[in-house]
Design a protein around this ligand. Structure first.
Ligand SMILES: Nc1ncnc2c1ncn2[C@@H]1O[C@H](COP(=O)(O)OP(=O)(O)OP(=O)(O)O)[C@@H](O)[C@H]1O
Ligand SMILES: [Mg+2]
Length: 220
């Protein structure tokens, strides 16, 4: 790998080749770490591509810093180079919720817990932007850790909060349809973790989610 340019990084292996990023696991100053490098997209104009890369990395960094002092579990930020388009994070032990649901280790109990975690994130004034079951890691002890904040918004509008739930709804329908009542469990977790003095109210976000669902169904 051409990573002479990334300081203090000892690569071991590629673990994910996505549309937007390539992810390696390795070591950073002796600690187990993840290097995420944004891929250059040749179909985009180079200026636009650089701008998008910078935007996504800088929002990811800002969200990770905000979450660091909260109860929400997320990776630690080790290093970043916004211009070069890479970020190094602590490696979270565990498997994705996606895998865990498919191999039967998780069920709707974890989906309900995930719903509560989403509400907690929303009450901190952050939307995730890509809430699929690939972007949450479940540890041996059942702890859920959120990752992948490149499409997040700080101070989101209620529409972004509703869209978070809609993205998860689509993911549950497409990949986890064997889990009965998954969406109800997610909503249950979301509402039962909502405080009465946080705006927008949990019930208002669910109402927005239902109206997005209706719109999507209508246009499908
Ligand atoms: N800190 C971490 N600890 C452990 N595994 C991680 C970590 N960060 C990422 N991964 C693994 O790498 C995968 C991809 O990472 P991430 O979701 O951050 O990239 P991505 O932006 O989704 O890439 P793309 O959108 O191009 O698919 C995750 O689904 C997860 O399996
Ligand atoms: Mg991801």
């Amino acid at each position: 790998m051409d990573d002479e340019s990334v300081p203090l990084w000892k690569p071991s292996k590629m673990i994910h080749q996505g549309a937007e990023a390539t992810v390696f696991s390795g070591f950073w100053m002796g600690e187990k770490a993840i290097l995420k490098k944004r891929n250059r997209r040749s179909y985009r104009h180079p200026d636009l591509d650089r701008r998008l890369t910078r935007q996504r990395l800088s929002v990811e960094v800002r969200v990770l810093k905000k979450l660091h002092s909260t109860k929400i579990s997320s990776p630690s930020l080790f290093d970043v180079d916004i211009e070069e388009g890479w970020i190094i994070l602590s490696e979270v032990e565990g498997i994705t919720l996606y895998e865990s649901l498919l191999n039967g280790k998780s069920n709707i109990e974890q989906i309900k817990k995930f719903g509560g975690l989403i509400r907690h994130l929303h009450e901190l004034g952050i939307s995730h932007g890509d809430l699929t079951t690939h972007n949450v890691i479940i540890g041996e002890d059942g702890e859920l850790t959120l990752i992948d904040f490149g499409l997040s918004k700080i101070s989101p509008e209620i529409e972004h909060l509703g869209l978070d739930l809609q993205v998860l709804h689509e993911c549950l329908n497409a990949s986890h349809y064997q889990e009965n009542n998954a969406i109800e469990a997610m909503i249950d977790g979301y509402l039962s973790n909502s405080s009465d003095d946080s705006t927008p109210l949990g019930s208002d976000v669910i109402a927005r989610f239902n109206s997005i669902r209706g719109r999507v169904r209508y246009h499908a």
